[in-house]
Design a binder for this molecule. Structure first.
Ligand code: KMH
Ligand code: ZN
Length: 279
């Protein structure tokens, strides 16, 4: 099996300091959290930014400050910026940080209910974001919340909007998307395999981000199934039932330890770059 790539979604757009006191908000807090995550076994940082008062932001200047701080303190990190932003953010603003040419960016493949909100991803906007990523040399990570979005991704691949190798992240457990029950991940991976064969491409690397209580069981399942893992305060603020995690790195460290205990090597940032970009 390939070494395990651990992504940490350190901040997100919805988690608050009130609910998770260790949430990194400022660029220097995000840089420190990223360093700790890399030391604990992560290689990719999924990045949202906030203004100083905690409001979610897509301002490129703020992304630039955060990226500069992270590069200084955690130089190996693969930085993946969010083009999802916060629910309700305009598509124009969501695209803005792509101008910074990060190594990777998230690309959300469909509209869905998102808890009590609606997360809008119009087909033309998905195509538009994918085109901007291509222009800027940014590698998309495909955020898949249910099986229809996976099928949409392959439609876009056939149309030439997306290129191989595809990088798939199953995000399971959002109320409105597929839950994180074990059978759902098995089904999605089987569909990914079948769709890849039909499209004549190698099985893409894939990972899973479990929301809330699904984070740990899906991580373990993914380690076993040969996938990669995302953890972090964007998706889950608890270490165990009712016990908040002390840091993002604590969540990363637990997954790294479980993986090593199960005989799966944890990727360094250099190894993760080889798996993701072939370089
Ligand atoms: N904040 C969510 C509505 C992404 O980063 O691309 C969307 C999200 C996905 O976080
Ligand atoms: Zn995100």
């Amino acid at each position: 099996m390939k070494p395990l790539i651990i992504t940490c979604a350190i901040t997100g757009a919805e988690t608050t300091r009130e609910r998770q006191p260790a949430l990194p908000i400022t660029p220097s807090e995000q840089a420190r959290a990223s360093r700790e995550c890399l030391e604990a076994g992560a290689s990719v940082i999924h990045l949202h930014v906030r203004e100083d008062d905690g409001r979610p932001s897509q301002r490129p200047e703020r992304f630039s400050e955060a990226i500069t701080a992270i590069r200084r303190e955690a130089p190996g990190a693969i930085i993946q910026i969010s083009t999802g932003g916060a629910v309700g953010e305009s598509i124009e603003n969501r695209a803005l940080p792509l101008s910074l040419k990060p190594e990777m960016a998230s690309l959300n493949l469909g509209t869905m209910n998102f808890g009590e909100d609606i997360f809008y991803n119009h087909p033309k906007d998905i195509v538009g974001l994918a085109g901007k990523m291509r222009e800027q040399g940014v590698v998309p990570e495909l955020e898949i919340y249910e099986v229809g979005m996976l099928e949409s991704a392959f439609r876009l691949f056939k149309q030439g909007v997306l290129q191989a190798p595809l990088h798939v992240q199953f995000v399971l457990g959002v109320p409105g998307g597929m839950s994180g029950e074990p059978g759902n991940l098995v089904f999605l991976v089987q569909r990914l395999s079948a769709l890849s064969s039909q499209a004549g491409i190698a099985m893409p690397d894939w990972g899973v981000a479990g929301i809330g209580r699904y984070q740990l069981p899906l991580a373990v399942q993914s380690i076993l199934m040969g996938g990669h893992v995302r953890v972090g305060f964007e998706d889950n603020i608890y270490f165990s039932k009712g016990v908040p995690a002390s840091s993002n790195a604590q969540l990363v460290g637990r997954v790294a330890e479980i993986a090593r205990g199960m005989g799966r090597e944890v990727a360094t940032p250099a190894q993760a770059r080889t798996v993701l970009f072939g370089s």
